[in-house]
Design a binder for this molecule. Structure first.
Ligand code: GMT
Length: 375
């Protein structure tokens, strides 16, 4: 198949999923065309089956807000026509689904029918999409897509709850490339971070409010009362400054390192003993799956789709959002005993294997075919 993929080309989960999916499809022999405003973060190598088309947005003094959606729709028309694509797969509804709808209408005037699959990732529904300023367009463009997928059952249910969706939503969970995300021996790095053989905790996120990064610091402080440990905070975003200040206020900064945005997350996860994800809402929790693939158990909130990934008491624990005490108690339970920690680590890896790219890729391929056959 010739597939066009539209996504946010950033470090965010939806962009990562879209890029990894495209790479997997290309490896399976499909021709994959990425259509975005800049080169996706993980598309930094050459492959005969991978193409990148940049959406250029011309600036004009009249535009306080350059109309990206129009530039994207125009580019989609151009790429579908000239590359003769079989299907467009847009990740994150806003504004990709409505841009695809517009492109589809324009393409019909050329006698071209292009099926559109929209994948809902989370905040496009739970935070931004629900906003009255976007809701009618999101509802309309979901209903106009030829196929709609959600990354968890919880997200599907949320979508049905908040939008008048007439379309069937197929749940296709996120996946992981286990050849990249696996435990690698990084003893020198471990020694540098934890010279006294302390346990190492990791949190990775975009430091937005929904991630509750201050809870990570508060939980860490409580764990420290019982278990000697260090914390690595990976990523960057609006709440990083607050998290850093909190570390000072709680007197834990000597044991916390803020590493900023990192490409080689799997290297950091390879030295980790526990991953923390206390999010307010999380449609899937891709960062937690990346940790589990590196044999790292997860203490997370029980929000959104996290219970579909993290198995309570087996691969880690699920606690109520904001329940600092229980999260800390569960983390201590995992970390205080070597054998118990090893059991949780093995279970985390076993669970991650259920989300292997090799298992999920054919699900997408079959779904594409189903949608193409219907149009
Ligand atoms: O978590 C974010 O803020 C980024 C966001 C995105 O759209 O990139 O992540 C969402 O999509 C990921 C990939 O499907 C999911 O793993 C995340 O759980 C989801 N984030 C939220 O629902 C908050």
């Amino acid at each position: 198949m010739k597939i066009g993929i539209v996504c946010y080309p950033t470090f965010g989960g939806s962009g990562v999923v879209a890029t990894e999916l495209g790479k997997g499809l290309a490896a399976n022999g499909h021709q994959v065309h990425f259509i975005t405003y800049s080169q996706p973060a993980r598309l930094d190598f050459f492959s005969a089956n991978l193409f990148y088309h940049e959406v250029s947005i011309s600036k004009y003094p009249l535009f306080d807000f350059p109309p990206y959606e129009l530039a994207l729709a125009s580019k989609l028309v151009d790429v579908v026509r000239f590359e003769k694509l079989d299907l467009l797969h847009v990740h994150y509804a806003i504004p990709h689904a409505s841009a695809a709808f517009m492109a589809k209408q324009i393409l019909e005037t050329y006698g071209i029918r292009i099926p559109v699959v929209t994948t809902l990732h989370g905040t496009d529904i739970t935070l931004v999409g629900k906003d009255p300023s976007y809701n009618p367009v999101v509802t309309f463009s979901i209903n106009q897509s030829d196929g709609v997928t959600a990354v968890s059952t919880n997200l599907k249910e949320d979508t049905i709850k908040h939008f008048e969706v007439a379309k069937d939503i197929r749940v296709i969970p996120n996946f992981i490339d286990l050849t990249r995300f696996s435990l690698k021996p990084r003893e020198h790095f471990k020694k540098a971070i934890a010279p006294g053989d302390e346990r190492i905790l990791v949190h990775t996120s975009n430091f937005r409010r929904v991630k509750r990064t201050s809870d990570v610091i508060k939980v860490f402080q409580k764990i420290q009362e019982k278990v000697r440990c260090k914390l690595l905070m990976v990523g960057d975003g609006p709440d990083r400054v607050n998290a850093e200040q909190l570390c000072r206020d709680l007197g834990v900064c000597n044991d916390v390192r803020f590493l900023g945005k990192q490409d080689a997350i799997e290297e950091i996860l390879s030295v980790a003993d526990l991953f923390m994800m206390p999010s307010e809402s999380e449609s899937f929790g891709l960062a937690a799956l990346e940790a589990m693939a590196c044999s790292v158990p997860v203490v997370s909130s029980n929000a959104g789709g996290l219970p579909e990934l993290n198995v309570d008491g087996v691969t880690g624990f699920l606690d109520d959002v904001g329940d600092i005490d229980r999260m800390a108690a569960h983390a201590v339970y995992i970390l205080e005993d070597n054998d118990r920690l090893a059991t949780f680590k093995a279970a985390a890896l076993a669970r991650a294997k259920e989300f292997d790219l090799g298992l999920i890729l054919p699900v997408y391929e079959n779904y594409y075919q189903e949608v193409i056959d219907q149009v």
